[in-house]
Design a protein around this ligand. Structure first.
Ligand code: NDP
Length: 473
């Protein structure tokens, strides 16, 4: 028996089997989670299909109002949801620079409100004596959302809200590591939405492939690893599902010699270690000019040495644990490789003894390409600091990576930084910042970081197809 239930067609559904959700800070049980099977998947998809016939016809104003109401309910339940996120995901309630679980819930509310207000108006492409030709945006049908464990609630909102705003219905499957805040969000949203518009299935690793191959799903929005994204794409081909793939990143940040090191170091630190580095668009490869290299290393070490790592439920904790054991093992393997290749550990580097999947904030200097920590995404609290001497060469090195999610240039010469940023091969570039996203700006990757965008009208449009309407005069 589970403490939670699936939500299918507006009803809470109990399952015969359940699985454990573990607190990564303590390795203790947080809750039993319902384990859905193939029959539950079919029921959820059928409910969404049925609801689509009416939800797709509901007026824009009604859908907008429903989403505002969901935002209100999430805000009313903010403390409960933030506690759930901390318990299942590990990030502190407040955290370093205020980027913890409360920030995640605040972001969820903000994205509801902003997405509710987005519009996809009819576009008139021709209006003359012979024809009026209009482009209408039509919802696609049943959307399947598959979410990861790093920002579980916020990413669920990023997928679900634009899907239903544009008239689709949804079946969401959260990561089995962090299903609880999403189960609660779906339960709360069902107080507002008609039955079947938003359904959730949780379970073991067989559920994802069942959904991605399901013949009655029209689109998949997936956030996760590049390797899994490729599998999703393959399995979606059966009925030509539309795809939005937001995959991993290995974002380069390039620091020019003209920066004020003490001014930019805290921002670099916060945007690299946000959520203990478990953020797709965190700064993951820091290239620093040789003239300021040691000064930057010292400044970042000073910040890391003063930051606390611990159970996110405890007051004053800046950073939580790595979310799960396999991810901690990846971090350990990359750290070992960096050590083998002569990396200079400025701080950290030794995993704490359990309980909890803790790894200290770790800065590794004197590493370069050819070291796994530089070439691969660690997705944990460890940052390589790479020395460079020539700007053209460092742009080439930054681009010489399969990922293309984000990138940044750090300089006091904003105009020059903007020119250099333009040469980075990635979906978002920042100047003197990194990893900042907002609901009115499209966000997405290029190269093996995926395709399609989320947020803004461009992101909303991805949940629709164009119908061209030819009206004779
Ligand atoms: P995955 O990509 O494996 O998992 C993400 C989601 O996809 C989960 O809900 C998972 O569920 C599901 N999934 C896994 N396999 C399939 C499949 N064949 N078909 C459909 N759905 C599937 O990420 P991991 O959690 O394993 O993390 C691995 C790496 O991914 C990390 O090291 C990190 O580099 C990257 N990552 C990137 C994120 C981002 O924001 N871009 C977020 C999280 C991780 P289930 O576990 O049940 O299979």
């Amino acid at each position: 028996m589970s403490d939670f239930g699936l939500i299918i067609n507006g009803e809470r559904v109990a399952t015969a089997e359940s699985f454990d959700v573990i607190n990564p800070a303590t390795e203790e049980l947080v809750a039993k989670c319902p384990k859905a099977n193939a029959a539950h998947v079919d029921l959820a998809v059928a409910a969404a299909r049925q609801a689509f016939t009416t939800w797709s016809q509901v007026s824009d104003e009604e859908r907008k109002a429903a989403i505002h109401r969901i935002g209100d309910i999430l805000e009313e339940h903010g403390a409960e949801l933030a506690g759930m996120v901390t318990e299942e995901q590990g990030k502190p309630l407040v955290g370093f620079a205020g980027l913890g679980a409360q920030f995640e819930v605040g972001g969820a509310v903000a994205w509801c409100r902003a997405t509710a207000e987005l519009e996809l108006p009819v576009k008139i492409v021709q209006d003359d004596e012979t024809h009026r030709i209009e482009l209408h945006r039509k919802p696609l049908g049943v959307v399947c959302s598959i979410t990861p464990w790093n920002w579980p609630l916020l990413i669920a909102i990023w997928h679900v809200i634009p899907a239903i705003r544009s008239g689709n219905t949804v079946v969401i499957k959260p990561s089995p590591y962090t299903p609880l805040s999403t189960l609660r969000f779906v339960e709360l949203a069902n107080q507002v939405l008609p039955a079947g518009v938003l359904n959730i299935v949780t379970g073991a690793d067989d559920l994802g492939p069942l959904l991605t191959a399901h013949k009655d799903i029209d689109k998949i929005v997936f956030t996760g690893s590049t390797a899994t994204g490729k599998k999703v794409m393959q399995s979606a081909s059966g009925n030509l599902k539309r795809l939005t793939l937001e995959l991993g990143g290995n974002d380069a940040g390039i620091v020019l010699p003209d920066v004020d090191v003490d001014a930019v170091a805290p921002v670099i630190f916060a945007t690299a270690f946000i959520n203990s580095g478990q953020t797709c668009a965190a700064l993951k490869r820091l290239y620093v000019h040789e003239d300021i290299y040691e000064a930057m290393c010292a400044a970042l070490k000073g910040i890391a040495d003063n930051a606390s790592v611990g159970n996110g439920m405890d007051e004053g904790i800046d950073f939580g644990p790595v979310q799960n054991r396999p991810q901690l093992n990846i971090v350990l393997a990359l750290a070992q490789d960096a050590e083998n290749k002569g990396g200079r550990f400025l701080t950290g580097g030794v995993a704490a003894k359990g309980p909890g999947y803790f790894y200290p904030l770790t800065l590794v200097a004197d590493v370069s390409e050819g070291c796994r920590l530089v070439d691969e995404e660690p997705f944990g609290p460890i940052l390589p600091i790479i020395k460079y001497s020539d700007v053209d060469e460092v742009i080439r090195r930054a681009n010489d990576n399969p990922s293309g999610l984000g990138g940044s240039i750090w300089s006091s010469d904003i105009a020059r930084a903007a020119q250099l940023a333009n040469r980075l091969e990635c979906g978002s570039v920042w100047i003197n910042n990194h990893a900042a996203v907002q609901p009115n700006v499209p966000f997405g990757g290029v190269k093996q970081s995926g395709f399609g965008v989320e947020f803004a009208a461009e992101g909303l449009a991805e949940y629709t197809s164009i119908q061209s309407v030819f009206i004779p005069k």
